[in-house]
Design a protein around this ligand. Sequence first.
Ligand code: ZN
Length: 616
Amino acid sequence: MPFSDVQDFKDARRGLLAALPDPAIIKNSDGAPVWDLSVYSFLGTSEADDAPDTVNPSLWRMAKLNMLHGLFEVVDGIYQARGYDLSVMSIIRTDSGYIVIDPLVSAETAGAVWKQLVSPKLGDKPIVAVIYTHSHVDHYGGVRGLVQQSDIDAGKVKILAPADFTEAAVGENIIAGNAMSRRASYMYGNLLPRGATGQVDGGLGKSTSTGTVGLALPTDWATETGQKINIDGVELQVIMAPNSEAPSEFMFYLPKFKAFCAAEDACHTLHNLYTLRGAKVRDGLLWSKYLQQTLDLYGDQIEVLFTSHHWPTWGNGQVVTHLKKQRDMFRFLHDQVMRMANSGMTPKEIGEVIRLPQALATTWACRSYYGTVYHDAVAQYNLRLGFFDGVPATLHQLPPTDAGARYVDFMGGADNVLRRARESFARGDYRWVAEVVNHVVFADANNVPAKQLLADTYEQLGYQAESGPWRNFYLTGARELRQGVQKLPTPNTASADTIKAMPIEMFFDFLGVRLNGDRAAGKTVSINLELTDTRQKYNVGVENSAIHYSKDRTLPGADVSIVTTRADLNDVMLGASTMEKQVIEGKAKLTGDPKKMAEFVGMLDTFDFWFNIVTA
Ligand SMILES: [Zn+2]
């Protein structure tokens, strides 16, 4: 890689107006840090290729770029706060105030940036609009630190979001929320110490802040490509990008500034076509087409391109080159994977041989800091062909513990496997060691030497990884093999705002996911629910161990009928109260057989966040 090319460092430093004093720390109202760059002082400030042996040099370089923090001028009238959360907040000056694009993850980081940098440096003027470019929490979570709901209600602040934003924002973290959050704790390295043998970077930014997440609902919508939206003298020209990096996403051109906001679709990394925390696979073909559309519509006009992670790209020539390379990277991955699949290759075979063309592979912005060529390629196979590779032997494989025990037995017992594996380890054959020793660990979670060897192996794989998420996954796996699962305070993904915004039917769907099929076996339940404040009524039933519901109807023969309000139900959904309690308090009126209600609640599972990942 061309380490002598330091243009990214120049761009990441360009236009610095002010910065929080080093080391930058942002605290919550209790004085606890929610953002702390001091833990990364080990990275140093050199732009040279000086990575320690335990960090991939390319990731080490990105880790230093993501340390460059401050309030920066992009062009006169557009500014960015970078290095104060996983994501970047952009600010546009309007006739009478500011538009904020993507207000970080937490209210604390967004608020600190505004109070300590934006107001003093750019002038204390009102925020007239907040734009969410897409439905991921690092692009809306901090909104409550910037604007009051009363100002939104009074029409003083617009909240502009792409079509289907709310469903997507709420939905992604509900149905699979517990598994996704637990896996995210691996992906972002939240459980790891910072350091040259620990977490060094997230790939998109240092990590996520740990403050208060909120969600102010949109008041205005971007719905179609070509749409022009005027906010206080600033015109936005919309390009919709649904199901690219997020299910709901849009980009826009700002003719007044000859600037293009590419949301999260053209960052300085190969992005995820699949995210290791788990989510639906993303479509590289669609993603590539949105970038082509950008070039077609504005390629000859854009003078600066900015995104909601990393630093901007200046100059029409550089912008066009960047957009073309991002376009081609996603298209290449999609098309070449499908070419190989159509030639009969299976996902692991494809992942093993696929390489970006030289021109992309030697471009820093196309390196695997967040997505990787390997897992993005496997994901594109999965997008079109699903989990099965077509080989009958892989159709109905034994689960890990059963397979593990038999492998170990066939391979001459655990001691023999470990002896051979240590030889492979000494040769640096780490992927193979991980595969065989994982069988020993899944056969016997109490085999300490096996867990130590597997942890050593994961560490080596982590040290080699260019991708922040890969490194974090391996190193967190190693840590949990050595120490077991450390139950830390559980991050709360369901904020009151999110629950309030959740469509009631999504709540029923989530109850369905919690329904324990065995406990529900042979039972039927029928519940009428009437919400007086939102004027909704439903019949919710359980039959054949599955939930079902009907909208706008209650059934005369239901076991139980509940009349309550959505506002009170929100407390039940948040876990702050129970339906029984609310009946006693008179907030909910229950008629029929209360035992049937208790029976239904008894069928619901409560998920444990700290499930095992690296052992059975
Ligand atoms: Zn993001």
